[in-house]
Design a protein around this ligand. Structure first.
Ligand SMILES: [Zn+2]
Length: 322
C-alpha cells in the first residue's frame, strides 16, 4: 500500500461509516413511523404550525399572543412525539444518524480542513498495516519504567540509568527531526533491557504523527523475503514485502534470531542498502554484540551499519528478572 492508497482507503472508510449510520437511522425511522402512524401526523402538524409561525413573523405583524400560541402548540407536539418514541423504547435522538464523529459527521473534513478524527483514523490504519502487536497501547516514552535501571556507574563511568536516559533523549530528537533527517538506528545489548519496548515507543510516536511504520521480527522478515524470492509467497506476504519498501520507517526486531544462512545475508544487505540510498529510515534491534554482527553478517553489512547508523548499546541487568 502506498500513502495515496492509505488515504483513499480512509476516505472509503468514512464514506462507508457515513452511509451505514444514515441508512441505519433511516431504516429505524421507517419502522417506527410504520408502527406508530401518529408520528407522521405529528410531523406534518409541526410543519404546518411552523409555516404559520413563519408567516406571522415575516408579515411584520407583531402579534405576541398569536406567536406564543404557535410556539406552545409546537412544543406540545414535540413532547407528544417524544412520548410516542419513548413508549416504543426510543428517544428523539435515535432518529438521527449515529456518526462515529459528531464534529464532521464522518466526512473527515470540517470546511476545507481535516477533522481532528482524521489523525486517529490514519494512526489506526497505519497501525493495522504495521504488524505491531496489541501491547503498543501502553508502551510509550512516558510509560517506560526508567526506575528499573540502576544508577550505579559501571567501569566506563556511566550508569545504566544515565545510559537509557541518553538513548531516550537522542531517540526522541530523532523522532522530531525525521522530516529533515531519516533515522538510522541500531540498538544492541543483552535481552531484557527494553530494546523492543523502545522500538515500540518510536514506532508508535511516528505513527501518531502519520508516518507509515512497518515492524517485523527478523525471523518473519527473512522468511517472507526468501519465500518472495522463490515466488512461493502468499498474497499477504507479497503485500508485506511491498510494504517494506514503501514504509517511512522499517523496524527489524531481534536481528540474529532468524537463523542466519547464505540466503539471508544478501537480503539483509539489500534491505539496508536500498533504504539508505532512498533516504528512508530504519531501526534495527539485536542481542548480538558488534563483534558478533561483523562475524555473523558480511563485511559489507557491518560497514553500512557502522558508517551510517547511530549505534546505541543497552546496558544493565535483565529488567524481567527484577
Ligand atoms: Zn471528525
Amino acid at each position: 500500500m502506498t500513502k495515496e492508497e492509505i488515504y483513499t482507503a480512509i476516505a472509503e472508510d468514512y464514506e462507508n461509516d457515513r452511509a451505514s449510520a444514515e441508512s441505519k437511522a433511516h431504516l429505524l425511522k421507517k419502522r417506527l413511523y410504520e408502527e406508530n402512524p401518529r408520528l407522521a401526523e405529528i410531523d406534518s402538524e409541526i410543519m404546518q404550525n411552523g409555516v404559520e409561525l413563519f408567516k406571522i413573523s415575516a408579515s411584520g405583524a407583531y402579534n405576541t399572543e398569536q406567536r406564543e400560541n404557535f410556539r406552545v402548540k409546537i412544543d406540545a407536539l414535540n413532547k407528544e412525539k417524544d412520548n410516542v418514541l419513548k413508549n416504543a423504547g426510543y428517544s428523539l435522538e435515535a432518529l438521527e444518524p449515529r456518526y462515529k464523529c459528531d464534529i464532521c459527521k464522518d466526512n473527515g473534513f470540517v470546511g476545507s480542513k481535516r477533522c481532528q478524527c482524521f489523525r486517529m483514523r490514519l494512526a489506526d490504519k497505519l497501525y493495522d498495516l504495521s504488524n505491531i502487536g496489541p501491547l503498543l497501547e501502553d508502551e510509550n516514552f512516558n510509560t517506560f519504567d526508567y526506575s528499573r535501571f540502576s544508577k550505579e556507574k559501571n567501569k566506563d563511568g556511566i550508569s545504566p540509568y544515565e545510559n537509557i536516559m541518553n538513548i531516550v533523549m537522542d531517540v526522541m530528537g530523532a523522532v522530531d527531526d525525521i522530516d529533515e533527517k531519516p533515522m538510522h538506528i541500531l540498538f544492541y545489548g543483552n535481552s531484557g533491557l527494553g530494546k523492543t519496548f523502545m522500538c515500540n515507543c518510536i514506532a508508535k510516536s511516528l505513527m501518531e504523527r502519520g508516518y507509515f511504520v512497518v515492524y517485523m521480527s527478523a525471523y518473519k522478515l527473512f522468511s517472507y523475503m526468501l519465500r518472495f524470492r522463490f515466488g512461493r509467497e502468499t498474497d499477504k506476504e507479497a503485500e508485506a514485502v511491498r510494504l517494506l519498501n514503501e514504509c517511512d520507517l522499517l523496524v527489524i526486531d531481534d536481528l540474529g534470531t532468524e537463523g542466519v544462512n547464505a540466503g539471508t545475508i544478501p537480503e539483509l544487505f539489500d534491505i539496508i542498502n536500498t533504504r539508505l540510498l532512498n533516504n528512508k529510515s530504519i531501526l534495527i534491534s539485536t542481542n548480538l554484540s558488534l563483534a558478533d554482527i561483523s562475524k555473523t553478517y558480511s563485511e559489507r553489512i557491518f560497514s553500512r551499519i557502522t558508517g551510517n547508523f547511530n549505534i546505541y548499546k543497552f546496558i544493565g541487568s535483565d529488567l524481567r528478572l527484577k
